[in-house]
Design a protein around this ligand. Structure first.
Ligand SMILES: Cc1ncc(C[n+]2csc(CCOP(=O)(O)OP(=O)(O)O)c2C)c(N)n1
Length: 660
């Protein structure tokens, strides 16, 4: 294997410690719990380890070659090996890691900007603390790629986010260095508070470290944790990775990263704002160190060591640049290439150009603008996801009517309730999975008050690459149980506009519309109002009820059944609650009814159909997903593996028909 040292060739000998053949200091890792290196940086030098914006990136080697070299160098990295490196080696390692991230993510897609910005910070954390004895909890977890590389998982990046391959987030099965399987933001400080409390009660002696972005710090849970940590004076080390961005610029007065870079605003105001983080954390009972240049490994290490020596809770405020070292990311105004589909690393442009495939997200974006033109009271509410939920065109057209609340879903929902009370028509655009955060607010703050808030849920169903915490498979089962909630499920691009219009016409309570990430079918026929739509009339044997994107699979299943002489009826369910009586009456006339949905079967739409047809004398087969945490993988493969494709639906229909 090529070691970093061999690969670099030019790294000067430091004379600091005995080196083994592979360039690692033998036995250099701190051994006992709590006994950490707390001196200054080994050679006192600054180790920036960054590629300055504008540097040729990726390097002149072709992509495949780069990947091979990087993989060899990075393959067997361990935290102990990283701890043993000297500053010049760290510089090179940081560059290699950036090249590696770029070449891996360019092929598989994934989180890029956040990871490019966290290279030196990750190095410093693993050099000063001794993971996993000192647990490092990464908030959200999308920025943990470098941590994965430093803990021996570089090879796994060849299968990043592929079925059976490396997860895009920390994952307990992958490594004992991964404690928390997250992806939902703002949890790290609460985990850290709990870990530190457990440590203290059990009389243990180690550090607990939480790394939180300025974006993740906008979530209410993070404030609740800070309040507890500070009040108890519990020793927790909080690293605030401040790059000034969530996807978009962060909604906060606590980020000073962008101001520091841009030097905008009046001098006096800037000075006052720069003091805010210190005052804020002080008030909550946490000491404050910073701001520190997060691309200067030595400076970050010094700050971390100082924090390690502090007896109470402490925040280290680190300034980083999202997308660091890769100009297309640094210069991407929308999201600093926060997350990307496979792309060309030379230009940063996606392999499949944006807009070439119609999506539900785009359908929503343009339908919302059309509605907003006619309804001056309409406002769109997002929890730090303006771009991903399709609201950028709306934000451009109606900047005053776009409300970004930060990563604060609970606040978004209750604030929307207040807006509705005040005479506005709020449309809350949110990912299905993140709506889980705001369950109580939906039930009590909106539904109990019968407020006409419209929830538009993107990424519903099986989302794919992001895995268990991103699938939106609970919403149908949950939302259909909320008293007074109407739930609509479009099966095509065109249905989104129809449903949004109908939802805004309804004034007696909340309406939820949910759609998947996958491409949207273009059709000529749509339904209307709270009605299902019969797509195909059959011979009375089999009735297929397709919910949302599963309508297409039902139509294809009907074609398969027709080839076997079974003429199935097909309905587009459209309205998951209240179910259309006409559809139920028609279904009751069939010998077998099969329902298909991309949510959990337990308590799902099929189970409501089944309950409604209990006395009808027909056999109802409900097809949905199991109540399990589904791993990451291709959405269509996951659906097919659970019988939610044309062959699966056709075969269960034929089998059951055979038996009745
Ligand atoms: C509860 C929740 N809402 C929304 C998201 C989507 N999301 C993922 S990362 C991110 C921005 C995070 O910003 P920050 O914490 O500052 O990290 P950065 O990517 O800037 O390093 C958002 C909004 C999420 N993961 N969790």
């Amino acid at each position: 294997m090529t070691t970093l040292r061999e690969h670099v060739g030019t790294v000067p000998e430091s004379g600091n410690g005995d080196r083994s053949k592979n360039g690692h200091v033998e036995g250099a890792a701190p051994s006992a719990i709590g006994s950490h290196p707390n001196g200054s940086h080994p050679n006192g030098s600054s180790a920036n380890g960054h590629v300055a914006p504008g540097d040729a990136y990726p390097p002149s080697t072709n992509g495949a070659e780069t990947t091979t070299v990087c993989r060899e160098v990075l393959r067997d990295l361990t935290p102990a090996a990283v701890r043993a490196m000297e500053a010049p080696e760290l510089d090179v390692l940081a560059s290699e890691i950036r090249r590696f991230l770029l070449s891996s993510v360019a092929v598989n897609g994934g989180h890029l900007g956040s990871n490019l910005g966290a290279v030196e910070l990750s190095l410093a954390l693993h050099r000063v603390f001794e993971s996993p004895i000192d647990p490092i909890v990464w908030d959200t977890g999308h920025q943990a790629y470098v941590h994965k590389v430093l803990t021996g998982r570089a090879e796994g990046f060849a299968q990043l986010r592929k079925a059976g391959g490396l997860s895009g987030y920390p994952n307990r099965v992958e490594s004992h260095h991964d404690l928390v399987e997250n992806s939902h933001a703002s949890t790290a400080l609460s985990y850290a508070d709990g870990l530190a409390r457990a440590r203290d009660l059990r009389g243990e002696d180690h550090h607990v470290v939480a790394v939180v972005g300025d974006g993740a710090l906008t979530g209410g849970l993070a404030y609740e944790a800070l309040n507890n940590i500070g009040t108890a004076r519990r020793k927790v080390i909080v690293v605030l990775n401040d790059n000034g961005r969530s996807y978009a610029p962060t909604v906060t007065r606590l980020s000073t990263a962008c101001r520091a870079r841009l030097r905008c605003g009046a001098e006096s105001e800037t000075e006052e704002l720069e003091e805010l983080p210190r005052k804020f954390f002080d008030a909550l009972g946490l000491s404050y160190i910073g701001p520190v240049d997060g691309h200067d490994v030595a400076a970050v290490e010094d700050a971390l060591r100082a924090a390690g020596r502090t007896s109470g809770p402490v925040v280290i405020h680190v300034h980083t640049v999202k997308g660091r070292g890769y100009p297309p990311a640094e210069l991407d105004g929308e999201k600093c290439l926060h997350d990307v589909a496979p792309f060309d690393p030379e230009s940063g442009t996606p392999r499949v150009p944006k807009g070439s495939v119609p999506t539900y997200t785009e359908a929503f974006g343009s339908a919302l603008i059309a509605e907003a033109e006619a309804r001056p009271e309409l406002v769109a509410v997002t929890a730090a996801m303006t771009g991903p939920t399709g609201l950028l065109p709306f934000a451009e057209r109606f900047p005053d009517r776009l409300v970004d609340v930060g990563i604060a879903e609970q606040h978004a929902v209750t604030a929307a309730a207040g807006m509705a009370m005040g005479g506005l028509r709020p449309v809350v655009a949110i990912y299905s999975t993140f709506l889980n955060r705001a369950w109580d607010q939906i039930v009590h703050d909106v539904a109990l008050h019968r407020l006409p808030v419209v929830f538009c849920l993107d990424r519903a169903g099986v989302t794919g690459d992001d895995g268990p915490s991103h699938h939106g498979i609970l919403d149908l089962a949950l939302l259909t149980k909320v008293p007074g909630m109407t739930v609509l499920v479009p099966s095509s691009y065109e249905e989104v506009a129809v449903m949004l219009h109908d939802a805004l016409e309804a004034r007696t309570g909340p309406v939820a519309i949910r759609w998947p990430k996958t491409p949207a079918r273009r059709v000529t026929a749509t339904g209307r109002g709270l009605r299902a739509r019969r797509v195909l009339a059959g011979d009375g044997s089999v009735c297929l009820l397709g919910v949302g994107k599963l309508l297409e699979a039902c139509e294809r299943a009907a074609a398969r059944l027709a080839a076997d002489g079974i003429r199935a009826t097909v309905w587009d369910v459209r309205v998951a609650r209240p179910l259309d009586e006409e559809m139920l009456e028609d279904a009751a006339m069939h010998r077998v009814v099969v329902t298909a949905e991309d949510g959990i079967a337990e308590g799902g739409v099929g189970s409501s159909v089944s309950a409604a047809l209990r006395d009808a004398g027909t056999v109802v087969v409900t097809r949905g997903l199991p109540t399990v945490f589904l791993a990451h993988g291709n959405p269509d493969d996951i659906l097919a593996a659970n019988g939610l494709d044309a062959p699966g639906i056709a075969s269960v229909a034929a089998r059951v028909l055979d038996r009745v």
